[in-house]
Design a protein around this ligand. Structure first.
Ligand code: 5AD
Ligand code: SF4
Length: 509
């Protein structure tokens, strides 16, 4: 990170370019050669030139391609595709940082890469299938001299079986072993054909010197890895290992660096982010950490996801009330509205305990948006249980939700449960749930017409004078403005209309 800070180009192309370079949102071409393209992800790219070699740190002099493979320079390029959640996206940013620090260059097509990496997801069967079909497309690539690696949850779940199923793969590394990634890459570079990182017993989190961040407006920051809950349907405790919290001083140090780089919004990440337990003698509580992050000079917004209802304590709402920089949004997965199903899911709370948490959040003076995750068709979910979930939607009136059909996953306790729900019935329930939620969102967003919100502008449409960004409550707002340049700035937007998934508005100057 510091390397980026110290070597910023000065006086190039005005604010836009410099800001995006500062934030590390740069394409591979930039990081590999003397000149390149800066890409802010919102259709802006500009050429520039300065010495890139210094930015990426020393490369590995010991690199030798495996016998019979293509020559070295072309091979020190990588293509990285990410499947799955925000944690995976952020892990990929760190993996890219590790590789860039070793002198690799990122490319945007697997054809152009010497090293092809897939950061995978196995949370539902569909996600896992997608990874295997993508791997299948690269069956012939190894013979072209490319190295193929599988990272993330599917790597952890399938382990060395991946070599059986896809013998053209050379690297299999689960997220709990990312600390070993530089070493594994060094082994590959020295010609080792099969390397694995599959230990789950690490008590360290994955911290890197350089994280190459993709989003120039919102910086993601993992504060807790793994999960100690034992939901009966979930692979995460197996694929990401036990819960490990990052030291509060290290988190705050990175937030200060992010602020220096020009980020004003940070999002704290964890599978159960609010279960955070500071390992340092300071023993900072999660709510205290939120406040401490918000107090870092330059930080204007702090977000966090995902919260677990059982660990959602009143001091979190108090922190949100006390500090407007803590964004007014809580993602609080309920999974089901039926206590019977929640018990079978081993979710550690009942419907009424969950609703107490909702009551606590709703009693705040701020209009805190609440979103959730729901699984339909869990084994044993009767029509009456499903209707309890629908009634919960009416009661809570979520601002948005992610809904999934139950997907049986390897090694999980729910695999053994009787009363499996047929696939068609799961699909029917999903459609009913989503229709209901669409109506709720239309009504909720519609009620906001006439109100004014602060929006962090993160997108510029090709259509003239059209911009987009997110409110503190994480609603997408599409709005008109006559201003010349707004990206990365905070503006006031008056809502003039709404769709189920977004607000429509105009810039109030
Ligand atoms: N089947 C369906 N959905 C699942 N989720 C986790 N595991 C499964 C599964 N086996 C959903 C939960 C979780 C979200 C990230 O994914 O709703 O909150
Ligand atoms: Fe999975 Fe439950 Fe942990 Fe969430 S809390 S990651 S659903 S085990």
């Amino acid at each position: 990170m510091r390397k980026f800070l110290n070597l910023l180009p000065i006086g190039k192309q005005g604010l836009g370019l410099q800001e995006f370079v500062k934030r590390g949102s740069v394409t591979a071409d930039f990081l590999g050669g003397k000149a390149g393209v800066v890409n802010c992800g919102v259709s802006m790219s500009k050429p520039f030139d300065f010495e890139i070699g210094k930015l990426t740190g020393p490369g590995s002099a010991s690199f030798r391609p495996p016998l019979g493979l293509a020559p070295a320079p072309e091979r020190r390029t990588f293509f990285l595709e990410t499947f799955g959640c925000q944690m995976n996206d952020h892990d990929s940013e760190k993996v890219a940082g590790v590789l860039l620090a070793r002198g690799y260059r990122q490319v945007d097509r697997p054809e152009a890469a010497g090293l092809i990496l897939y950061n995978t997801c196995s949370i539902r069967e569909k996600a896992a299938q997608k990874v295997f079909s993508r791997l299948g497309e690269y069956r012939t690539k190894q013979s072209e001299g490319k190295i193929i690696g599988v990272l993330g949850c599917l790597a952890q779940q399938e382990g060395e079986d991946i070599f059986e199923r896809a013998p053209w793969v050379s690297l299999v590394c689960g997220s709990a072993s990312y600390r070993r990634l530089p070493q594994l890459i060094a082994e590959l570079e020295s010609g080792n054909h099969r390397v694995t990182g599959l230990d789950l017993d690490t008590d360290e989190t994955f911290e890197t010197e350089i994280t190459r961040r993709d989003n120039p407006f919102r910086a993601y920051l993992t504060i807790i890895e793994g999960c100690d809950k034992a939901c009966s349907y979930c692979v995460v405790p197996y694929t990401r290992g036990p819960e490990r919290s990052r030291a509060s001083d290290s988190i705050l140090r990175e937030v200060r660096q992010l602020a220096d780089l020009g980020y004003s919004e940070v999002q704290l990440l964890g599978q159960t982010v609010n279960s955070y337990a500071d390992p340092t003698p300071r023993r900072m509580r999660f709510a205290e950490l939120l406040l401490a992050v918000a107090e870092v000079p330059g930080i204007r917004r702090v977000r966090f996801t995902t919260s677990h209802p059982s660990d959602f304590t009143p001091d979190i709402v108090e922190a949100m009330e006390a500090q407007p920089k803590v964004c007014e949004h809580v993602h609080l997965p309920v999974q089901s509205g039926s206590t019977k199903v929640l018990r079978a899911m081993q979710r550690t709370y009942t419907r009424s305990e969950y609703l107490e948490k909702i009551g606590m959040i709703r009693s705040a003076t701020r209009a805190i948006a609440i979103t959730t995750d729901i699984i339909v068709g869990f084994p044993g979910e009767s029509e009456a249980d499903f209707e309890e979930t629908l009634r919960l939607l009416d009661e809570v009136r979520y601002d948005s939700l992610f809904s999934f059909k139950y997907s049986p996953r390897p090694n999980t306790p729910s695999l053994k449960l009787p009363d499996v729900i047929p696939e068609e019935e799961k699909s029917r329930r999903l459609a009913v749930l989503q229709d209901k939620q669409r109506e709720i969102q239309s009504a909720r967003n519609g009620q906001l017409t006439g109100e004014t919100f602060e929006v962090l502008v993160s997108g510029k449409s090709r259509r003239e004078n059209q911009w987009s960004g997110y409110t503190s409550s994480n609603r997408l707002a599409n709005f008109t403005s006559q201003a010349k340049e707004l990206l990365g700035t905070y503006v006031q937007v008056r809502v003039t209309g709404a769709t189920p998934n977004s607000l429509v508005g105009e810039h109030v100057v």
